[in-house]
Ligand binder design. Structure first.
Ligand SMILES: [Fe+2]
Ligand SMILES: [Fe+2]
Length: 375
């Protein structure tokens, strides 16, 4: 056919669309197009692939490359003007939706001592993972939380929140994680700036941790009816301690080593409705087997060094590097040290996959469970 303006994704497989072009059909497709319509059999094999086809590329962003540019932004823009002074991570396959991977956004934010960003609320769920600095804080619906390195804090969908650094602190850098691309894809995103620009701190500082942060103990005097965790901050020290205790028991998962999920202490489910998070430990010398699953995953190296093989490509990482695993890409992790453990923070869209019935997982068969690494 000379006229190839229409699609035609033929597959010579029983049950799949396989219609050859004819002059009559091409004329028919043209008529349909004039009515803003089309024949499903011309696109069916594209829009219903045999298995997920992620547009995202496996990626690693080295902190050594990004830290300098992130710090440069301090002199270039004020948080009052920028709203949030953030450098975002642009996956080459997802630039159109400003995603780091799949439907997840991530960025690196920096603030100087004494700076506070404007209080706001949005439909996207958000989290922060503290990379460096002293004196960072977040306020969520009147709950102020002090933050240190490797602490993980929630700013759930719909909550008033702002971030800042105390005047006697140091320049602070953290990773932001949000489901902005997902909420935009669902055409459900709202954004509101707080009418007074700052909210009042309405509770004792770190009261969320004091009330809900003890293992298997809930306060008798308080209840909680929100759809997200009442524990808004997950501190590093008890998280690492939990990993160490768990590691003494056995080898954990063949695909992840010692992996602990951050949960809502009231439900045991994910801390927010759309975003899950975990911290995992690769013990000295550990190398996991490859598997793949639906869902998009953003990792930050909280501690140690090693490498991951993602979609057949090897990515070497060290502390503070960020890497992503696209949906249905095989991946495996390795600790490069024989003496030190390595810890990986991760946030993901698993709650979405699970609640929509889309979760699927598969181990790599053959080759002793390891991918062939591209040269
Ligand atoms: Fe926000
Ligand atoms: Fe995995």
């Amino acid at each position: 056919m000379s006229d190839r303006r229409h699609e035609n994704h033929r597959e010579d497989v029983a049950g799949r669309a396989n219609v050859a072009d004819t002059p009559e059909l091409v004329a028919y497709y043209d008529d349909l197009a004039r009515s803003e319509a089309g024949a499903l059999w011309t696109v069916a094999n594209r829009i219903e692939p045999w298995e997920p086809r992620s547009a995202s590329v496996p990626m690693l962003w080295r902190y050594a490359d990004l830290r300098g540019p992130v710090l440069r932004s301090l002199a270039l823009v004020e948080p009052e003007k920028a709203g949030r002074r953030v450098i975002y991570l642009a996956n080459p396959g997802r630039r159109d939706v400003v995603a780091a991977v799949g439907w997840l956004y991530s960025g690196i934010q920096v603030m100087n001592p004494g700076e506070v960003a404007t209080s706001h609320a949005h439909s996207a769920s958000a989290l922060r993972f503290i990379m460096e600095g002293r004196g960072a804080f977040t306020v969520v619906d009147g709950h102020k939380m002090t933050l240190g390195e490797n602490d993980f804090v929630l700013t759930p969908n719909g909550t008033w929140h702002e971030h800042g650094v105390e005047a006697d602190g140091t320049t602070c850098i953290w990773q932001d994680g949000l489901d902005i691309p997902l909420v935009n894809a669902l055409e459900a995103n709202f954004f509101v700036v707080h009418p007074r620009m700052r909210q009042e701190v309405a509770h004792p500082v770190d009261n969320s941790t004091a009330l809900w942060g003890a293992p298997a103990l809930h306060p008798a005097t308080h209840s909680w009816d929100r759809p997200y965790s009442p524990l808004l901050k997950y501190e590093w020290a008890p998280t690492y301690e939990a990993l160490l205790r768990r590691a003494r028991l056995d080898a954990g998962s063949p695909f992840d080593g010692i992996l602990m999920n951050y949960v809502n202490p009231l439900t045991g489910g994910p801390p927010m409705q759309t975003i899950g998070a975990s911290m995992q430990m690769l013990r000295p010398g550990e190398r996991t087997r490859a598997h793949r699953h639906t869902g998009s995953f953003v990792y930050q190296v909280a501690r140690g060094s090693g490498w991951s093989v993602i979609g057949g490509r090897r990515f070497d990482w060290k502390q503070r590097d960020i890497f992503v695993v696209p949906s249905w890409a095989f991946h495996e992790h390795a600790n490069a040290s024989d003496t030190e453990d390595a810890c990986l923070f991760c946030f993901n869209d698993l709650p979405v996959m699970r609640s929509l019935g889309l979760w699927r997982e598969e181990a790599l068969a053959g080759n002793d469970g390891h991918q062939v690494v591209a040269p």
